[in-house]
Ligand binder design. Structure first.
Ligand SMILES: Cc1ncc(C[n+]2csc(CCOP(=O)(O)OP(=O)(O)O)c2C)c(N)n1
Ligand code: SF4
Length: 295
């Protein structure tokens, strides 16, 4: 499969809503390449997003799409995978959508461990709504609600990787889109991983974040060495809480956690997706009646 098979722009004359120079363009390119190199076909992939600039990604890639509410990409993504485990399901949205409005869903999705991938475009700002601070904005960053002459953002930034590792997430990684090859490699590993995979991708917002620029991300990140062992949870946590320079690569893998679909037992004896099965109306009625009598 070639990456152009995933390129809807060849077929539909879209007016792309992203600013020139935005890191979202490179993430789109890398996503299409990763899907193609994994041998996937567009009809086997579902991209689920919320609201925001990053959340427009599914509009610009030729796959199945579910574009939902702000912060709500993970529940439908998990439900799609649970009802058809043959699909490759990817939730993709911004740091505001996934960590702010969607923070509660992120926590519980990590705990449930569905076999889906979450790709977070982390530009440390709310791009679509014109530059308000996001959960990952660092202390001191100026924003429309946090003027520079009043010391900028005053709250502690969310550390999504440390949060995920503390919850024993199944796969936790960080990439910087300034390095497209490494980002592609990490995305492929995340999509192939069995269980919930979180990939935080540093993606500069060239319009509303004048602090965390391409240069800033380059100067403030470093690569985990080849000798790094991502199955060591304690050192993964230590890496995740480093503040000076931020590590890039696969920080943590917990390979043996059963997935949500496995835990549900629904596919133990029957591999068919739910929509291909007959509904047993008698059983359903009995279940509803038992619920009624329980209340
Ligand atoms: C419940 C709800 N709250 C707020 C909004 C307004 N809103 C739309 S997009 C957005 C921020 C998006 O920021 P982010 O997820 O970081 O994505 P980016 O645009 O930076 O890619 C906000 C606050 C909304 N649509 N729904
Ligand atoms: S506002 Fe920022 S994140 Fe949104 S498209 Fe423009 S540069 Fe990209």
């Amino acid at each position: 499969m070639e990456s152009k098979e995933f390129d809807i722009m060849d077929r539909v004359n879209y007016d792309i809503a992203w600013c020139p120079g935005c890191g979202n363009y490179q993430i789109r390119t890398v996503m299409m390449q990763a899907l193609a190199e994994l041998g996937l076909r567009p009809q086997e992939v579902v991209l689920v997003s919320g609201i925001g600039q990053a959340a427009k990604m599914p509009h610009y890639i030729r796959v199945n799409v579910f574009n939902g509410l702000h912060g709500r990409s993970l529940p439908p993504a998990a439900a799609i995978k649970a009802s058809n485990p043959h699909l490759t399901v990817i939730a993709e949205s911004g740091d505001g959508c996934m960590y702010g409005e969607g923070g509660n869903h992120l926590v519980h999705t990590i705990l449930r461990n569905p076999d889906i991938t979450a790709i977070v475009h982390d530009n440390m700002v709310y791009g679509l709504t014109k530059g308000q601070a996001s959960p990952t904005s660092r202390r001191g960053t100026p924003s429309p609600l946090h003027p520079a002459d009043r010391q900028g953002v005053t709250s502690e930034p969310l550390n999504p990787l440390a949060l995920a590792i503390s919850l024993n997430a199944s796969f936790v990684a960080r990439a910087f889109i300034g390095d497209q090859e490494q980002t592609k490699d990490i995305l492929k590993k995340a999509i192939r991983h069995r269980g919930f995979a979180l990939v935080d991708v540093f993606q500069p917002c060239v319009t509303y974040n004048k602090v965390n620029t391409f240069r800033w991300f380059k100067d403030n990140t470093y690569y985990l060495p080849d000798s790094y062992d991502p199955t060591d949870r304690v050192s993964a946590f230590q890496k995740a809480i480093e503040r000076e320079r931020l590590p890039l690569g696969v920080l943590y893998v917990s390979p043996d956690r059963p997935t949500f679909e496995e835990e549900s037992g629904v596919y133990d004896t029957d591999r068919r997706p739910l929509f291909q099965r007959e509904v047993d109306w008698k059983k359903l009625e009995a279940l509803i009646c038992s619920m009624k009598s329980a209340t």
